[in-house]
Ligand binder design. Structure first.
Ligand code: NAD
Length: 243
């Protein structure tokens, strides 16, 4: 039970990769806070996970919501040991069809949300002597990804902010790493055409999409003491797509 007595806060945990991570952490003994704006899905998952998880309605784009969510985590479980900044939105479009509303939405959820999460979780972790932050970026944050200029901009920012935070927070015993999934079989792939998703599998040397459970295994490793000497790293989990 690697995460016994550990408290893990996961954004975007109602479905997809965040939900798989929540199941994984609970199976290894953690107490998990599921945070999302999809209340019905989040509450149903928390009920499945029994007394080991609570669901919080939490919009990652709001500084006030972050204050309240971390305060509630400390009230319920006493501490916050791990933050997984997983919430994300993806709206692909060619550059000239990228609207201001799309740019703002992806900036706020993917980039601002990740920064606010690090700000509030780090303040909590400093009080208990350390912790781990895992920021979910993308292969779109490792190389050029056509038809995703706004999304890619936010995911490159997540990669860069991870390194700043790793440098700044190491002195407080807080490790920060970024994870870069390739095509992972979740609802997010519905934003792509079937053709793009087919190419996503074909262009990966391992010739398939990944599963949320495979990403959860990597996130659990990065959250555990097994990765104690890893900080500021960027880890791709993409079947080789980004090579
Ligand atoms: N699926 C992929 O192929 C893929 C590839 C690379 C990176 N990613 C990244 O992985 C992460 C997880 O995505 P997923 O594949 O599970 O997709 P998903 O769409 O199933 O999950 C995203 C979750 O984020 C939540 N969310 C959106 N806006 C929010 C907000 N303002 N506050 C709180 N929660 C919010 C959604 O409600 C949803 O539950 C995202 O950051 C995504 O960008 C996904």
């Amino acid at each position: 039970m690697k995460f016994q007595h550990k408290v893990v806060f996961i954004t975007g945990a109602a479905r997809g990769q965040g939900a798989a991570e929540a199941r994984r952490f609970v199976s290894e003994g953690a107490q998990v806070v599921l945070a999302d704006v999809l209340d019905a899905d989040g509450e149903a998952l928390a009920a499945q996970l029994g007394g080991h998880a609570i669901y919080l309605h939490h919009d990652v784009t709001s500084d006030h919501s972050w204050s309240a969510a971390i305060a509630e985590t400390e009230r319920c479980f006493g501490r916050c040991d791990v933050l997984v900044n997983n919430a994300g939105v993806y709206r692909p479009a060619p550059i000239e069809e990228t609207s201001e509303a799309m740019i703002e939405k992806m900036f706020k959820v993917n980039q601002l949300g990740t920064l606010l999460g690090m700000k509030h979780a780090a303040a909590s972790m400093k009080k208990t002597g350390g912790g781990v932050i895992i920021n979910i970026s993308s292969i779109a944050g490792l190389r050029g990804f056509a038809n995703a200029v706004a999304y890619s901009g936010t995911k490159w920012a997540v990669r860069g902010m991870t390194k700043v935070a790793a440098a700044e927070l190491a002195a407080y015993g807080i490790r920060v790493n970024s994870v870069h999934p390739g095509f992972i079989a979740t609802d997010m792939l519905k934003e792509n055409t079937d053709e793009v998703n087919r190419i996503g599998a074909d262009a990966a040397p391992l010739k398939r999409h990944g599963t949320p459970e495979e990403v959860a295994t990597l996130v659990a490793f990065l959250a555990s003491a097994d990765s104690a000497f890893i900080t500021g790293a960027e880890v791709a989990i993409d079947g080789g797509w980004s090579i």
